[in-house]
Write a protein that binds this ligand. Structure first.
Ligand SMILES: Nc1ncnc2c1ncn2[C@@H]1O[C@H](COP(=O)(O)OP(=O)(O)OP(=O)(O)O)[C@@H](O)[C@H]1O
Ligand SMILES: O=P(O)(O)OC[C@H]1O[C@H](OP(=O)(O)OP(=O)(O)O)[C@H](O)[C@@H]1O
Ligand SMILES: [Mg+2]
Length: 287
């Protein structure tokens, strides 16, 4: 690809988003670093340069216009209050930002007035408290926020919850609605319109990875007399590819099927006469 300049993309260098972000970019056909100490990597074939940065800092670089696109968490983008916006949901790194207090304390958001709330996301939390008309003292911590109550530095925590294991281990219980539902997102500067053409190519390729996650490739053999029944069960997108088998009266069918319900479909196809049914993962898929 020829272009006047490299597209500059920020990718999380560590934490929960780093590995899945690199894996998604690899699945989309981009080169990624093999040494986790590398700070940057140029993919010359696609005229893209990747910068490996702390996920918390990525919105800052994008908002100030020093990098073109970035992958970070929605919660981190909102917390940063950077001049940046999400342009695509990436389907990994899902979490919720929640309040928690000592088990059995029966807290509610209305009880937060005057309380000390420990968090690593003061921007996100303060915005929410303002909306709720609550006045509380924020205790800003870098991580392991769940220990703040036991150690007496806070009455309540507001933190990222995925499985809830960390909270349970700390003897805490959730209260109130989720302050934010987060996942990894692709971000750009607000109103940013001077992106090189590789930006659109990246979005198309990432979309093809997401689409591929929703489908599987199915192959099966079936007798000609049963073909109408099996193709009605699995009609595919444009229609199945049907080829002749060497065995007279039989054909081979290849068809894209939704991942959800694929095993139920296998049962139905088998009952309808399909044999040798194969399900295969897709790396990428542009429909
Ligand atoms: N199980 C999880 N634990 C932590 N963050 C998660 C999890 N699942 C998804 N995330 C998301 O990952 C993003 C980055 O959080 P992460 O904890 O990796 O950053 P960090 O705390 O700055 O880094 P580190 O934990 O390495 O110091 C956030 O958007 C968060 O919502
Ligand atoms: O609900 P869970 O599945 O237990 O995951 C949530 C925990 O994971 C994150 O911590 P991380 O490992 O990023 O450490 P940190 O607190 O030092 O950031 C987050 O801050 C929670 O503590
Ligand atoms: Mg963390």
């Amino acid at each position: 690809m020829t272009s006047e300049r490299l597209l500059r993309i920020a990718v999380p260098n560590k934490g929960a988003l780093a590995e899945p972000a690199a894996a998604m970019l690899r699945a989309a056909g981009y080169r990624q670093r093999t040494d986790s100490k590398d700070l940057t990597l140029i993919d010359n074939d696609h005229s893209v340069e990747f910068y490996y940065l702390r996920p918390r800092d990525i919105a800052v670089y994008i908002g100030r216009g020093h990098l073109d696109l970035g992958i970070t968490g929605r919660d981190m983008l909102l917390d940063s209050e950077a001049d940046a916006t999400e342009i695509m949901q990436l389907g990994f790194g899902g979490s919720r930002f929640r309040f928690a207090a000592r088990g059995g304390s029966g807290m509610s958001v209305a009880d937060l007035n005057g309380k000390r709330i420990a968090t690593s996301y003061p921007g996100l939390l303060q915005t929410y408290l303002n909306e709720q008309g609550v006045s509380a003292e924020l205790v800003k911590l870098d991580g392991a926020v769940e220990s703040a109550i036991r150690l007496g530095v806070a009455d309540v925590v507001a933190d990222v919850v995925d499985t809830g294991t960390t909270l349970r281990r700390a003897g805490l219980e959730l209260f109130g609605d989720a302050i934010c539902s987060s996942e990894a997102v692709l971000i750009q500067r607000n109103g940013g319109s001077d992106l090189p053409p590789q930006a659109e190519a990246l979005r198309t390729r990432l979309t093809s990875v997401l689409v591929a996650q929703n489908y599987l490739m199915m192959d099966y053999n079936v007798e000609q007399v049963n073909l109408d029944t099996t193709t009605a069960l699995a009609p595919g997108v444009e229609g199945p590819t049907v080829s002749n088998l060497a065995k007279t009266g039989w054909c081979a069918v290849r068809v894209l099927v939704p991942r959800t319900g694929a095993h139920l479909l296998m049962d139905q196809l088998y009952a309808a006469g399909a044999r040798g049914i194969l399900l295969t993962e897709l790396a990428a898929c542009r429909l």
